[in-house]
Design a protein around this ligand. Structure first.
Ligand code: DC
Length: 237
């Protein structure tokens, strides 16, 4: 085989922890593919909204299960922005899945074991050729339990809320800090307490608390872990 071995890198952690920033930096540096697994859960939430599968705030679970095979999710590279875009049944839904409505509904679909099983299978398929950096909640534990590098990102809730608050303000969204913090704490609870594939640190994951780190310092720590694995030879199945 030509070139250095390619590995899979799992980046897990709480919401607004800077996972995607780090995962994209790593993918860029290594010439790997970045995959945002959260976008896939968001696409399922959009399908649910668009197909009227939520009634008075409750998911029509059986109806969703009956239509699971109708949900096809792909990623494509957008040459204009240089970014990856999410496609739901062939349609670019990148903008819609980042909106507030999807953010609210995604926690209805992400705990459903059948949804998770479908998406995990798809994610595993995407990682078969290696050279993937995937971020999410269960990547190092469920999707790629044999990932060569696993990073588990944390930061104090107040630090994450401040970052998210600034981000939203910069986008012109009217919010107050207290509700951003409350939303982050609620999502932490949802992520860690759900029965199916909750967010937990894999025993072999490296924890990076970036509360007091710059982006550069965090990237350097992650690259150090990657280079150590690449230098030591990569386990092959
Ligand atoms: O990372 P994000 O905020 O875009 O993720 C959207 C939602 O999907 C979030 O509520 C957690 C959930 N999720 C998940 O359950 N498992 C993953 N691997 C990724 C995201």
């Amino acid at each position: 085989m030509d070139g250095p071995p390619r590995i899979n890198i799992a980046v897990d952690g709480f919401s607004s922890c800077g996972k995607s920033t780090l995962a994209k930096q790593l993918a860029h540096q290594l010439g790997y593919t970045y995959i945002d697994s959260g976008a896939m859960y968001r696409a399922v939430a959009l399908f649910v909204i668009e197909n009227g599968l939520v009634h008075e705030g409750r998911l029509e679970r059986e109806a969703l299960l009956a239509r699971l095979d109708d949900i096809r999710i792909h990623f494509e590279h957008d040459p204009d922005s240089g970014r990856s875009i999410t496609l739901l049944n062939g349609r670019n839904v990148e903008r819609q899945i980042r909106g507030m409505e999807v953010s609210r509904y995604v926690t209805l679909v992400s705990p459903v074991p059948e949804v998770r099983a479908k998406l995990v299978k798809l994610q595993q398929h995407m990682g078969e050729g290696r050279g993937v950096v995937m971020d999410g909640r269960d990547i190092g534990t469920v999707v790629f339990p044999d990932a060569d590098v696993k990073l588990y990102m944390t930061a104090r809730p107040e630090v994450r809320a401040r970052r998210r608050f600034r981000e939203l303000k910069a986008r012109g969204v009217e919010v107050d800090y207290a509700s951003v913090l409350e939303n982050i704490e609620r999502r932490d609870e949802d992520d860690t307490k759900r029965a199916a594939d909750p967010l937990i640190k894999a025993p072999d994951a490296i924890e990076i608390d970036n509360s007091d780190l710059t982006e550069q310092e965090q990237f350097a720590l992650a690259m150090e872990a990657v280079e150590k694995v690449l230098a030591g030879g990569v386990k092959r199945t």
